[in-house]
Ligand binder design. Structure first.
Ligand SMILES: *[C@@H]1O[C@H](CO)[C@@H](O)[C@H](O)[C@H]1NC(C)=O
Ligand SMILES: *[C@@H]1O[C@H](CO)[C@@H](O)[C@H](O)[C@H]1NC(C)=O
Ligand SMILES: *[C@@H]1O[C@H](CO)[C@@H](O)[C@H](O)[C@H]1NC(C)=O
Ligand SMILES: *[C@@H]1O[C@H](CO)[C@@H](O)[C@H](O)[C@H]1NC(C)=O
Ligand SMILES: *[C@@H]1O[C@H](CO)[C@@H](O)[C@H](O)[C@H]1NC(C)=O
Length: 410
């Protein structure tokens, strides 16, 4: 109490203020208080401090409730819209995760309503559709604030978590089912070998950031296309691949859609490489995944949700047409063997670079470790050497004493 009142702590004025709130009440003598009724005492007591605390608690609770309900309602709207579209229009057999008992939610809700995901499957040409939604932790303003501050000072911590986005991954399976009783091709792996390239359409607004954030985009060349509206660029491994998307969907439908999604869409990328640069060959092999990534802002209006569905439909149509052409083999594929040879070479070169760097890093580590071991050994040697010296001195001392004693006796 003493250092509260003598003002040595930075909180002293605060505590003094709190104590002063009830100075009048505390100065009333005990006997007088005992004579008052409870109501009289309640009236005399200054409740400002207590009300303030209750206010803070209520405020946190209200923010939590509002933040949670905003996030859940955005997620519900998005997943309901996409799931209905995948089921009814694109004819997926299994849409979303199995609903938990007592809920009708078909998506997974993690990290306090900030990471939301669903998976759909069961369709010709498509292995599956992953939908990821990342939202701000609106129900926890303190963590939102801290995340922002950390992001300014340690940009490496900010990465993805500082932005809200929706990312949809559509994976092909190389199996074309023309009709219900049609034969299914069994050479799906061979078909999928034709999907190992990168071809993307990227919104100019985010092209530098996307290239920075996604390894597979970092490997591409950026070109403006006469066939694209002004707000977008092609990002492909080579210029010949720029036409991939438009050769498997209707060009005017695509451009019309791109025009309407300028504020929504960040990019559409057909790729097989990971978003994070692999550290070595095993990570490279483990993370190769043929897919198309559609990345957008979080759609909130019905119009935006509808446009997002149209983007998904467009990608599915491209995979349908491309797979059909590859399976039926009676039309020439847009992606020629020559292009595939080039993309294959590019991957081999890139992997060789990564392996070289990984090997150099490993060698460096080994050298450091060896140095450390040597140092430790020398330190130990020195220690044992010193110990020997000490032992020797002690021995000499003992012997001298012995001799002195003998001298005395003589
Ligand atoms: C992207 O970077 C290039 C140079 O690296 C720059 O000229 C261009 O203005 C940047 N674009 C945007 C949208 O930031
Ligand atoms: C792609 O397939 C759709 C039907 O799903 C068809 O209408 C369209 O003409 C095809 N486009 C190309 C370029 O083959
Ligand atoms: C898209 O917008 C550009 C100008 O903003 C226009 O020139 C182009 O015709 C539009 N394309 C479509 C398909 O509407
Ligand atoms: C590759 O890198 C990962 C991640 O750093 C590591 O766990 C793994 O042991 C490495 N593999 C090899 C073969 O060096
Ligand atoms: C390719 O073959 C399929 C049946 O195998 C047929 O339906 C289709 O019309 C053919 N396409 C062309 C361009 O010949």
């Amino acid at each position: 109490m003493s250092n509260v009142t003598n003002g040595t702590t930075p909180f002293a004025p605060f505590f003094k203020f709190i104590n002063d709130l009830n100075r009048n009440y505390t100065t009333i003598p005990y006997e007088e208080k005992m004579e008052m009724s409870v109501l009289q005492r309640v009236k005399l007591y200054n409740w400002t401090f207590e009300f303030f605390f209750i206010g803070v608690v209520v405020f946190i609770f209200v923010v939590y409730k509002i933040g949670t309900s905003v996030n859940v309602s955005r997620a519900d709207k998005l997943f309901d819209s996409i799931h209905a579209f995948l089921r009814d229009e694109l004819k997926f057999a299994r849409v979303g995760f199995t609903a938990q008992a007592g809920e009708n939610r078909l998506y997974m809700d993690q990290h306090m309503h900030t990471w939301l995901t669903s998976f759909s499957t069961g369709r010709s040409c498509i292995e599956g559709v992953n939908v990821h939604l990342h939202l701000f932790p609106r129900n926890n303003p303190l963590s939102m604030f801290l995340e922002n501050v950390m992001g300014w000072y340690f940009p490496i911590l900010a990465l993805d978590t500082d932005a809200e986005f929706c990312e949809i991954e559509i994976k092909p399976n190389g199996v074309y089912v023309g009709s219900e009783n049609a034969n299914v091709n069994s050479n799906s792996n061979e078909i999928l070998n034709n999907f190992k390239f990168i071809s993307s359409i990227v919104n100019k607004r985010v092209m530098n950031q996307s290239r920075h954030d996604n390894y597979y985009l970092a490997l591409t060349h950026t070109t403006e296309g006469e066939d694209l509206s002004n707000e977008y660029v092609h990002m492909s491994e080579m210029n010949q691949l720029n036409g991939f998307i438009t050769s498997y969907c209707k060009k005017d439908v695509l451009n019309n859609l791109l025009n309407q999604t300028v504020d929504l869409l960040e990019f559409i990328s057909f790729t097989d490489l990971p978003a994070d640069k692999p550290e070595n060959a095993s990570v490279w092999n483990a993370n190769k995944k043929i897919r198309c990534v559609i990345r957008t802002r979080v759609p909130t209006t019905d119009k935006e949700l509808e446009l997002l569905n149209q983007l998904i439909a467009l990608v599915v149509e491209v995979y349908d047409n491309f797979t059909r052409v590859l399976v039926q083999k009676n039309e020439s594929s847009f992606v020629t063997n020559d292009m595939l040879k080039k993309t294959n070479n590019m991957r081999a070169t890139e992997l060789a670079k990564i392996t070289k760097i990984a090997r150099e890093a490993a060698l460096e580590r080994e050298k450091e470790e060896k140095k450390e071991v040597e140092k430790e050994k020398r330190r130990n040697l020195k220690k044992t050497g010193e110990q020997e010296k000490i032992d020797q001195k002690m021995k000499e001392k003992r012997e001298r004493r012995q001799r002195n004693k003998q001298k005395v006796r003589m």
